[in-house]
Design a protein around this ligand. Structure first.
Ligand SMILES: [Zn+2]
Length: 51
């Protein structure tokens, strides 16, 4: 059973991770590095989808 998760950024970039914590961390890092924005845990969690 896979726990793969994805978050699609509004810019179209898709973050992949294993489990919520990993994909949320990837999305927060992307938002910070690429968009200079802080993505809250709640925002990131709401965007996470099963891969
Ligand atoms: Zn983005």
């Amino acid at each position: 059973m896979s726990d793969a998760k994805v978050i699609q950024c509004p810019c179209g970039y898709v973050l992949h991770g294993t489990g919520d914590a990993e994909v949320i961390a990837a999305a927060q890092s992307h938002a910070r590095d690429v968009h200079d924005q802080e993505l809250s845990l709640e925002q990131a969690r709401a965007m996470a989808r099963p891969a």
